[in-house]
Ligand binder design. Sequence first.
Ligand SMILES: [Zn+2]
Length: 124
Amino acid sequence: MDSKSAEESQTNSSPPQTSTPSQFDLAGVLPEFVFIGGIQVPVKLARMAPGDFGEWRGYPSPSITVNGVLEAPAAFMTILHEALHGISEMYELGLTERDVRVLEIALSDLFRRTEGLRHFGEKI
Ligand SMILES: [Zn+2]
């Protein structure tokens, strides 16, 4: 549905690499799926156009695609970003691209930098 453009990469501290694909490295660390609204949504790696980070598709079945050339930090942010598009669509929130970007960064900070919260979530 919505893929990040080259313009968006200017706001991301981890731009995609276009020289050496790291698809196999990512394949070992990427989650196979994420849960959105109780639905198991597959996360796929694919070779995408340069400058594209990822894509959310709601139809015919929900999926998130991540550009296989991304480094792990950018892939993590991309999953959050595309999941937020999915959440917005499923719950009819009407989030703008700006809303999604702000939440992507805020949620990344919340989860990546707050180890105690991650551990708490894993225990319950
Ligand atoms: Zn977007």
